[in-house]
Write a protein of this length. Structure first.
Length: 412
């Protein structure tokens, strides 16, 4: 049924929000104050599909990508910069407010830099046998084919061509593929997932492809196909060789911004625990002035961190541990060894670790999160345990999306 609605606000997923007698309705790509014509969205009773904008907001701008609205990667390219920034900061303010937390929220920091350095391209074969290479459509399994994504770093400009060539090589496996690209200082690091077992002929073809495109490394489900040169990134004074499919912060600017905020929050700490440390973007920098215990459940990441530390000069000792911090968080007794703790968990947060910290006597805790809601939940645990949230800083390395990174400093 076609309706005419007037948008009241933009919600936490980037949708226009309307209050109706039947409850809230959500309209993608609509802005506050706009009058829009919409239709029901099958399978999503609370959502409405935008047909046209009848009265446009003066805040509306032209999107810069021709795939916007068909590709599900970006939620907002159509809102002017000042209003977009205010909305992003507001996501953090609102999440804290919902948990009853009153804390100073700093100004929004744009950490997009040159663009995102990681991307996973999905490859699916259509009914006509034509390969679709790109990203998922909004709230759908359909793949939107793209030639170039403008929010990625220039080094990924050729990624879709490479992904398509890989997919053509593996086409006879008849399996959907996910091909992850990571930009390193030595070139592209590519991991192919979903192909299942392949024979020696296909392996040789993939190796030749890696040579053709001068990839640093090509792996399949993390298993090495060919490595032309170690895929390394510089972290502080260290060179880290990445394990296959390694997690990194989305942008280089994002990583350096988060690291600076952490360093500024604990300038005098001498013994620091870096929990959910990954390959060490924070630990390796902090080790230039403090003793570090770094823990993560990813054995490959811990191995890369430890190796990078041993090959660098001038670092304080780093104790790198493989540890599942969800099942075995650092206990109150163990935390007594540290005067500061940094934790940067996945989107689900670090509830168990926060509970141990709340009962500890650690002087300063710095929490990094890509999910404002779970950050607020963990913050409430720390506050109830006697900490004060003295500062929260929103960091936007996911520009044009509904995701926001944040750094919070807690003092006992």
């Amino acid at each position: 049924m076609i309706e005419t609605l007037t948008i009241a606000s933009v919600g936490h997923r980037g949708d226009g929000v309307v209050d109706t007698p039947g409850g809230q309705r959500f309209v993608s790509y609509a802005l506050p104050g706009e009058t829009v014509e919409v239709d029901a969205e099958p399978g999503h009773p609370e959502r409405r599909h935008l047909l046209r904008v009848i009265t446009a907001s003066p805040e509306r701008i032209a999107p810069f990508c021709r795939h916007f609205c068909t590709c599900g990667g970006c939620a907002i390219q159509h809102w002017s910069e000042p209003h977009y920034r205010a909305w992003k900061r507001g996501l953090v303010v609102d999440a804290l407010s919902q948990d009853g937390i009153d804390a100073p929220v700093g100004e929004y920091l744009d950490a997009h830099g040159a663009g995102r350095r990681r991307a996973t391209f999905h490859v699916r074969s259509g009914d006509d046998g034509v390969l679709q290479v790109g990203f998922a459509a909004p709230r759908a399994h359909e793949i939107v084919s793209i030639e170039r994504c403008p929010i990625l770093v220039p080094a990924l400009a050729n990624a879709t061509t490479i992904a398509r060539t890989i997919a053509e090589t593996l086409k006879d496996t008849r399996k959907p593929l996910d091909i992850q690209f990571t930009v390193t200082d030595a070139g592209l690091d590519v991991d192919v997932r979903g192909s299942g077992a392949i024979n020696s002929k296909r392996t040789a073809q993939l190796a030749a492809l890696a040579e053709k495109y001068r990839l640093a490394r090509l792996t399949r489900h993390g298993e090495l196909v060919i490595q032309r040169t170690p895929p390394t990134i510089k972290v502080g004074r260290c060179m880290v060789t990445l394990p296959p499919g390694a997690f990194l912060q989305a942008t280089v600017e994002g990583e350096t911004t988060l690291a600076r905020l952490i360093e500024d929050a604990i300038p005098k700490a001498k013994a620091i625990a870096d929990l959910f440390c990954g390959v060490g973007p924070f630990a390796l920098r902090l080790a230039e002035r403090a003793r570090i215990t770094a823990a993560d459940d990813d054995a490959g990441a811990i191995g890369a961190l430890a190796k990078a530390a041993t090959m660098a000069s001038g670092l304080k000792p780093i104790d790198a541990q493989v540890r599942d911090l969800f099942r075995r968080p650092f206990t109150v007794k163990e935390l007594a060894a540290f005067d500061a703790v940094v934790f940067d968990p996945p989107r689900q947060g670090a509830q168990s670790q926060a509970q141990e910290l709340a009962a500890s006597k650690v002087k300063t805790v710095v929490a990094v999160s890509c999910n404002a809601a779970t950050f607020a939940r963990d913050a409430r645990i720390l506050i109830d345990g006697g900490y004060r949230l003295v500062q929260v800083t929103p960091v936007d390395q996911f520009r044009h999306s509904a995701h926001v990174e944040l750094v919070g400093k807690f003092e006992r």
